[in-house]
Design a protein around this ligand. Structure first.
Ligand code: ZN
Length: 325
């Protein structure tokens, strides 16, 4: 039986959204066995420190967490720790690896992402969130409901994210929560950078962000350390390492993909759909013992408010087009 992994949610309150997620979590946990972990005392202490940051910048997220707790019957601190520490090695490691690219079209930059993740984590979905009127609607990929791995919102801000390390290196917000909060509240690359500068960060991660004419790579080095790299070239490729880390295993892959794109010169989403399914170099990856396969792909064209998403390996997938206007 094939299930639709693209889900549209109504415009509702954050608390009610949490309740909807709670219901889905109960259903899904029976299929996948993926249940909330009972956190240690230390994890709960860290989670409450992160909660204080969220209260400052985006308290609505906490309403969503409360909604999940109410619906699933887990205590609030348990759900809080599971959400805010998700993605960290010490807590729940997400082994994702990915490759993402920014290419210049006739109308601003287009972002594309192949998302690599172990398939046993069957919770991955694309959501269309209408959100309450005061917040922006978005389409986003997620493997933990509340957070987002990538997406584009109604204001035309597109984001992709890539893991560099899952070791906790600061008490701060996770990349998935940063991505989600930015999609709900930021209208431009500038606003995304401001948000990323305002908070401390839990993990080391890379983002590509574009709002049309402008594209940047934002390297989150953990804690308060952030590096913003302006993209001026027609082609930019990012992987699971920071700029200059030439000994990283992803460095070679990124370089090969960059050289390939330079030759192919993609200019539009059709070119990118083709390119995401390429095996030489390894853009579409089918998995090895220590490197997960591509489980989904996304393309975002902020200037046109259009997105293309596909589940499964992109070499054989059909892409669904979504208009965010
Ligand atoms: Zn393939």
């Amino acid at each position: 039986m094939s299930e639709d992994k693209y889900v549209e949610y109504p415009s509702t309150s954050y608390k009610e959204m949490g309740r909807i997620f709670g219901k889905e979590q109960i259903k899904l946990s029976k299929i996948t066995g993926w249940v909330f972990k009972i956190p240690s005392k230390d994890s709960i202490l860290i989670a409450y420190k992160i909660e204080a940051i969220l209260k400052e910048i985006f308290p609505e997220i906490l309403e969503e967490i409360k909604g999940i707790a109410e619906e699933t019957g887990y205590e609030y601190p348990v759900v809080l720790a599971n959400i805010v520490l998700c993605g960290s090695k010490e807590y729940l490691e997400l082994k994702e690896m990915c490759i993402s690219m920014a290419v210049r079209s006739e109308l601003g930059y287009i972002l594309a992402l192949n998302y690599e993740q172990w398939e046993e984590l069957k919770v991955f979905r694309y959501f269309f969130r209408r959100n309450p009127i005061s917040r922006l609607p978005s389409v986003s990929g997620t493997d933990c409901y509340i957070g987002a791995t990538d997406g584009m919102n109604g204001a035309g801000l597109a984001l992709t994210s890539l893991k560099v390390s899952d070791r906790i290196c600061g008490i701060g917000i996770s990349p998935q929560l940063l991505c989600r909060i930015a999609l709900d509240s930021c209208e431009s690359v500038d606003e995304f950078i401001d948000l990323a500068r305002k908070v401390s960060h839990l993990l080391q991660w890379n983002f590509l962000a574009s709002d049309g004419d402008r594209a940047v790579k934002v390297e989150v080095h953990g804690g308060r350390k952030l590096k913003v790299i302006e993209i001026n070239d027609d082609i930019f490729v990012a992987g699971n390492h920071f700029e200059g880390q030439i000994n990283s295993p992803s460095y070679k892959r990124v370089k090969e993909v960059y050289d390939f794109l330079k030759k192919r010169r993609p200019r539009n989403p059709e070119d990118l759909i083709d390119i995401l399914g390429t095996h030489e170099p390894e853009i579409c990856f089918h998995g090895s013992d220590n490197h997960p396969p591509v489980i989904s792909s996304s393309i975002y064209w902020p200037a046109k408010r259009r997105a293309w998403i596909a589940f499964g390996k992109p070499c054989g997938a059909s892409f669904r087009e979504i208009y965010m206007g």
